[in-house]
Design a protein around this ligand. Structure first.
Ligand SMILES: [Zn+2]
Length: 476
């Protein structure tokens, strides 16, 4: 077995186009020296005249930066992987000479870019050479992917494992009605290729995990975050810090959005800002909290903008700045972020040196979800027919009650339930219900604690009622 050296795109022309090269064991210095001896044109891109590695070339052995190890004396043994990672934000002279040419068709297509002095032919060639990966082809990933493809980013990776659902279409504009039920990857790939056939789309039909993240992300120059959950967000952040890859962050909730660029050289990372995730269940997802469809359109477009600026080597990116956008009041706020020297992943003495178990870190599955007796929608329908006294309590919010309701239900929003217990008859059978069956389980717990014994929660909520019992109740 030998050592595998991963060659970054800009340097591939100097090793016969290969993305990996197998070499014998040795120190990183020896191995790169041998590589440069074998491929003579590679040497000036890796080494200065004095034989030292160039400053903008970062080398990893497996997932560790050699800066944290023994620098060029770090030993790579059989089976190890060496990654050569050139910095791409500014001054990437190695990349400049290796940039691909533009065809006449591309020159015509990108003419409005080419006449911008800040982009120009070289900038457009940088975009063509660039490799960007989007985590999630959803609300944020949709506009980001569309603009990046339209702008001529040469290779776009998409990581997703979901299918297109009708409720996605209000905001996930890369998908269409005809794609409902198909995979998001296929749907997005078709749309992006139609938009710009000059762009290569690479798809990863998988959930990003600690096992595959470094392998997938190391192939790209910029990572765009379109995730909607904390385990994946911390995973992406930590992987980007370990790989030294800029991480374009975006997140949305109802009418508020955030954007920043993390893990860039000398910039802070997501953990410098948020050391730990909130406890599970505290921050609702879009499915529970709702989101105005145009908001991810705006935030995802900002992410595309920052990605393009990073590729072009512009200095005024959102590194060290967090933008907070409130769509209702139309206000933008900017917070200055500083790298935290005590940060567990990008600080002076990091405690996280490889990817961890992010589900456990974020408490997913650790805290048992409230458990209690449940009743199916079909069973409830039967019991309602047989027992006119059964008490059905809808613990959703009044605006959800406006969308649809069960005929027999009484509305008592979860937040009001503790103050309205005296309105309930403790001798009756009680069934709590909500949208999907999570809040109703909280309500059950609350009622049990207050001494109500005969309580069950409707499994799957009013949504299950609609699909299993009464389709005239609209789903949302
Ligand atoms: Zn950090």
């Amino acid at each position: 077995m030998s050592v595998t050296v991963h060659i970054p795109t800009p340097l591939r022309p100097y090793v016969g186009g290969s993305d990996t090269v197998l070499v014998g064991e040795g120190t990183v210095g020896e191995i790169l020296d041998r590589l440069a001896a074998e491929h003579r044109n590679l040497r000036p891109h890796l080494f200065q005249d004095n034989g030292r590695l160039r400053g903008f070339v970062t080398v990893f052995v497996n997932s560790r930066n050699i800066r944290e190890l023994d620098q060029e004396a770090t030993v790579a043994a059989a089976g190890d992987e060496i990654s050569i990672v050139p910095s791409i934000a500014g001054g990437a002279t190695a990349a400049a000479t290796a940039l691909p040419q533009l065809s006449h068709q591309e020159i015509l297509r990108y003419s409005r870019h080419l006449i911008l002095p800040q982009v120009g032919p070289e900038g457009q060639r940088r975009l063509k050479a660039a490799r960007v990966v989007l985590i999630g082809a959803g609300g944020l990933g949709s506009p980001a992917a569309l603009y990046l493809a339209a702008a001529g980013v040469g290779t776009i990776g998409l990581v997703d494992f979901d299918t297109v659902d009708e409720t996605n279409l209000q905001r996930q504009i890369v998908h269409s009605t005809s794609g409902v039920g198909t995979s998001k990857l296929a749907s997005a790939e078709g749309r992006l290729k139609d938009l710009n056939p000059h762009v290569t789309i690479e798809t990863f039909d998988a959930r990003l995990t600690s096992e595959n993240a470094l392998e997938v992300l190391r192939e790209y120059d910029v990572v765009v975050d379109g995730t909607d959950n904390f385990p994946t967000r911390y995973l992406v952040n930590d992987a980007c810090v370990l790989l030294d890859t800029p991480y374009v962050y975006g997140s949305i909730y109802r009418f508020e959005g955030q954007v920043s660029v993390f893990a860039a050289q000398n910039g802070p990372c997501y953990r410098c800002l948020f050391r730990e995730p909130p406890p599970p269940g505290l921050v609702p997802s879009c499915a529970e909290g709702g989101v105005l469809g145009v908001l991810p359109g705006i935030i995802g477009s900002m992410q595309a903008l920052e990605t393009i600026k990073i590729i072009l080597g512009r200095e005024s990116t959102l590194v060290g700045r967090l933008i907070l956008f409130d769509a209702l009041s139309f206000t933008l706020r900017e917070l200055k972020l500083r790298k935290d020297p005590e940060c567990p992943v990008c600080g002076k003495d990091p405690s996280i040196r490889e990817l961890i178990d992010y589900e456990a870190f974020c408490g997913v599955g650790a805290e048992p979800v409230y458990q209690g007796p449940e009743i199916s929608a079909k069973q409830l329908a039967q019991e309602i027919r047989e027992n006119p006294d059964i008490l059905v309590i809808d613990v959703r919010e009044p605006h959800e009650w406006e969308i649809c309701r069960l005929e027999r239900a009484t509305l008592i929003p979860l937040s009001e339930l503790p103050d309205r217990l005296n309105q309930l008859d403790g001798h009756k059978e009680i069934v709590t219900h909500c949208h999907h069956g999570v809040r109703s389980m909280f309500a059950l717990q609350l009622l049990n604690a207050a001494g109500f014994a005969k309580v069950r929660s409707l499994r799957g909520g009013i949504d299950a009622w609609s699909s299993e019992v009464d389709p005239s109740v609209p789903r949302y």
